[in-house]
Design a protein around this ligand. Structure first.
Ligand SMILES: [Zn+2]
Length: 180
C-alpha cells in the first residue's frame, strides 16, 4: 500500500450555487482479472452500484461517495483508480460521515437521534426520510469540489484497532408500523 489519504470534510454548502442538473457519480477502476491475475480489468461503478452494496440510498452514502470522489481525484488524477493499491479507512457508522458542525440540517440530526432511540412515531420516520432525501438531492446538485478539503498525511502509520461495538442504526426501526 503506497498511499493513504485523510479526507477532511469541510462543508461549505451555504456558499455554493445550486446546480440545475443532478450530478452523476461514477468511478473508473482497474483490478486484476482473476484471483491470481494481471492488472487489466477495467470497470465503471455508479452510485447505484454503491446503493446496492450499502443496502439503500441515503444522505450519508452520497456524502461518502462525493468525499471518495474528491480523494481519488488527488490519488489518481489521470485515472483509473487502482483498487489493488488502495485501502479505505472509515468510521463504523453505516449511514453517516462526520461533517462540520451546522452543515447538515439540525432537524435531521435531532430526529435521527430520536430514531436511534426508537422514539419516533411511524409518521415521524417518514418525515425524517423525506428530509434526508431532500438533503441527498441538495448534495447531488452541489459542486463537490467546493464541499470538501482533501489533504495528504505524510508519514502516516497504519495501526488499525478493529472493534465490533458500534450501533448499527439503520436496522433499529425496521419493524416500525406504517404511517396511517
Ligand atoms: Zn445508509
Amino acid at each position: 500500500m503506497k498511499q493513504l489519504i485523510f479526507l477532511s470534510l469541510l462543508f461549505t454548502l451555504g456558499c455554493e450555487p445550486f446546480m440545475e442538473e443532478k450530478k452523476q457519480i461514477t468511478f473508473e477502476t482497474i483490478d486484476t482479472d482473476f484471483s491470481k491475475g494481471r492488472l487489466n480489468h477495467n470497470q465503471t461503478h455508479s452510485l447505484t452500484d454503491l446503493e446496492k452494496f450499502h443496502g439503500h440510498l441515503c444522505d450519508g452514502l452520497v456524502v461518502g461517495a462525493l468525499a471518495i470522489e474528491q480523494g481519488m481525484k488527488m490519488l489518481y488524477p489521470d485515472g483509473p483508480i487502482d483498487r489493488t493499491n488502495l485501502r479505505i479507512v472509515s468510521q463504523p457508522s453505516p449511514c453517516s460521515i462526520s461533517l462540520n458542525e451546522g452543515v447538515k440540517p439540525a432537524e435531521i440530526d435531532s430526529l435521527g437521534s430520536l430514531a436511534t432511540q426508537q422514539k419516533l412515531s411511524a409518521c415521524q420516520i417518514d418525515e425524517l426520510k423525506l428530509m434526508e432525501d431532500d438533503f441527498t438531492d441538495f448534495l447531488l446538485r452541489s459542486n463537490p469540489e467546493k464541499l470538501f478539503t482533501v489533504s495528504e498525511i505524510n508519514d502516516f502509520v497504519w495501526n488499525p484497532n478493529p472493534k465490533n461495538d458500534y450501533l448499527k442504526s439503520d436496522i433499529l426501526n425496521k419493524n416500525a408500523p406504517d404511517c396511517k
